[in-house]
Design a binder for this molecule. Structure first.
Ligand code: MN
Length: 218
């Protein structure tokens, strides 16, 4: 499944630790804006990264400036505000900053298809094989009513496919995220209109970054 495209050698590695420390800043995309075309357009990434992700970052900073949360790493902000009604706005924006940074790494140019490496073995052992994983992921991503996220996670020591609503995310449920797909309409509407199923299928066939999932297993 490894495609050797010399143009990709300049892109930053997406192996272990590639996400680095997620901060309250907008990280650059790990590839060019048009690198996921024709599957995800540069126009979508302009809006999704440059407007939506950027807005979550600026809103979060406004909400926490001058408070003790401003000095915490992003993951601590998320954990400190989860399930606290009065802090829901901070949680939502902090979680969406984290989710989007995680999303960019969950995709890569010429990705998708069958998993390689340890993640493939874990999918066979824990989920009954790639076909079953794919069906479960499609069901999770298309079945999430309204806005949210589909995930491949480690839960109780085993791989699992899940979905969350709005900004909710695995780390506040004791799970470790390995891979995600944004199923908010803003993620696919410009390219796929209402056809979420086609967007999910395209993600699985052409975009999934298994290197990133493998890096998150360690
Ligand atoms: Mn989004």
């Amino acid at each position: 499944m490894d495609h050797h495209n010399p143009h990709l050698s300049e892109t930053p590695p997406t192996a272990p630790g590639a996400m680095g420390l997620v901060t309250h800043e907008l990280p650059p995309l790990p590839y060019a804006r048009d690198a996921l075309e024709p599957h995800i357009s540069a126009r979508t990434l302009d809006h999704h990264h440059g407007k939506h992700h950027a807005k979550y970052v600026t809103t979060l900073k406004e909400l926490i400036q001058g408070s003790k949360l401003a000095k915490m790493p992003l993951e601590e902000v998320i954990r400190a505000t989860a399930r606290k009604k009065a802090k829901a706005k901070i949680f939502n924006n902090a979680a969406q900053v984290w989710n989007h940074t995680f999303l960019w790494h969950s995709m890569k140019p010429q990705g998708g298809g069958r998993p390689t490496g340890a993640i493939g073995e874990r999918i066979d052992a824990d989920l009954g094989g790639y076909e079953k994983f794919r069906d479960a992921f499609k069901t999770a991503a298309t079945g999430q009513f309204g806005s949210g996220w589909a995930w491949l996670v480690i839960a109780d020591g085993k791989l699992a496919v899940t979905s969350t609503g709005n900004a909710d995310l695995p780390m506040v449920h004791g799970q470790k995220a390995l891979l995600t797909l944004d199923v908010w309409e803003h993620a696919y509407y410009l390219d796929y209109q209402q056809d979420r199923a086609k967007y999910v299928q395209t993600f699985l066939d052409h975009l999934v970054n298994w290197d990133f999932a493998n890096g998150n297993l360690v």
